[in-house]
Structures are given as C-alpha cells and as structure tokens.
Design a protein around this ligand. Sequence first.
Ligand code: NAD
Length: 272
Amino acid sequence: MADSDMTAEPIRVAVFGAAGRMGSTVCRAVLDAPDMELVAAIDPPHEGRPLDDFGVAGTGLTLEMPGPRVKAAGPAVAVDFTHVEAARGNLRWCGLNGVHAVVGTTGLTADDLVDLSALFDGERANAVVAPNFAIGAVLMMHLAALCAPWFETAEIIELHHDNKLDAPSGTALLTAQRMAEASEDWGADPTRTFALPGARGGEGPAGIHIHSVRLRGLVAHQEVLLGTTGQSLSIRHDSYDRTSFMPGVLLAVREVAGRPGLTVGLDQLLGL
Ligand code: NAD
C-alpha cells in the first residue's frame, strides 16, 4: 500500500458468515488491515451473539441479520463466506443496497453468475467472485495453463483434509479445464487393464486425470504434473491454514470499487 493511501478514509467492510471458519478469519484480517474498518458482522443463525464468541475479540460488534441495521452501519464492501443458498440472498441484498461484494462462497452455478452480472451492473455496485482466494493457487492454475502446450501428458493430484465432502476439488477441475483450453494435444491414456477400478483417478477435461487424496492433517494442496520426452515439470501449491486466503480477500476488498460490474476469479486483479 502506498503511503498516500494511508491518508484515505478506511474501507468500511461488512462480513457475511462472520461466525464461520472463513468469515471469522476474514474479520480478523480486516481488523488487522490499517486501511479497513469492520463495521458489521452478519450471521443470522447466531443473531444477537457477540462476535467475541467466535474468536474475534474486542470489536464490540454483535452478529446481525442482513437488514436496516447493517445498512445503517454504512459498509462500502461486504465479504461473503457462507453457503450457496445464503450467498444468493446476501448478494441480492448487496446489489439492491449499493454495497460492493467480495464472494468466496463456492457452489455458485453459471446461471448464478448470469444473475449476478445483471445485479452488479457497475451502476449500483460491483462484485468480485473467486472460488479460490489463495494467490498461490491462482498462480498455480495460471502456470499450468501456460505450460500445457509444451507437454503431452499431465496428471493432477489434489490433496485435502479428511472432512472434505466433494471430489475432485473445484480448483482441480478448473485447472484441468484451463489446461484443456490451452492445448488440444494430449496423449491417450495407455491403460488397458485395471487390477483395481479407479486406479487411474477421474478423467477431467481433455482426458486429464485427477486424483483426490483425503488425509487427516492436510488442509488444501495440489500438484500438477506435466511430462514430455525425457523431462517432467511439477507445479505444487500448499495452503497450510485459512490465513492463506486472506491476502487475496483483502486485495479484492481494495479493488472491487474500481472494477465495474462482475469480476470472476482473481486473475485480473493480479494482472495475469
Ligand atoms: P462455515 O460453515 O464454517 O461458515 C459458514 C457461516 O455462514 C456459518 O457461521 C453460518 O452460520 C453462516 N450463515 C449461514 N447462513 C447465513 C446467511 N444467510 N447470512 C450470513 N451468514 C450465514 O463454512 P466455511 O468453512 O467458513 O466456508 C464458507 C464458504 O467458503 C464455503 O462455501 C467454502 O467452500 C468457501 N471457501 C472458499 C474459499 C475461497 O478461497 N474462495 C476458501 C475456503 C472456503
């Protein structure tokens, strides 16, 4: 941040899902950011409870419903880490109330994005939606697509904690999709017999195989393996805890007001 920015008014931030794992981490990150002010914490299932109960001490904030009290707090930007049905309602509230939105909640569909681009039309408010706010993961996907045309074989191994309900991860699927868009020239799978069904993982876009590891002690990790004659290249990203997402979230909070309409993914914010 440039010194001159320190003289500007702090960005007033509200957090949807403030009692949750990601939301409470966002609250702490906003409190630690010198150019931001946490003005509202929203989490209807915990309405009326102090934010202190969720590991965010000393704000004096109480968890709210979205509504007039949140509007009166005057947020310029709202961050949403909830679940998909809740996010749809929260984003509608933001769009109609002229509050810019930064959305990390996963599970939004292509139809949702069409609706959001109408709601966040750049007139009333803007939105940044990113299924992965870890800057390293965004760079990993970018590098994988950049490298794809130089290799004929690739496999993706994603590794997550043992509570993850879905497989493969959205990031692994998106990585394969971007590699498939970057190159059509992929070698055929040589496997003809299986001693164990599924041994080759799942087949993603362009036939790129994706392997999902679930292991206690892990957080979120991914390795992209690319091979060609006589050489291979591995690109690996590791998220060790939820703070890994915070630089990306804070970047989006700082940028969203200056990016008219709907922005999907962090790539544009990183200049990729
Ligand atoms: P969580 O269950 O710990 O937290 C969700 C919170 O939302 C809960 O406190 C819940 O009470 C609250 N909530 C429910 N309805 C609400 C509503 N209408 N308004 C406001 N709050 C409401 O979940 P989590 O682990 O924090 O994950 C939240 C979301 O973030 C998930 O969709 C997850 O996949 C996603 N996520 C995204 C990234 C990324 O980089 N984009 C990273 C990690 C997690």
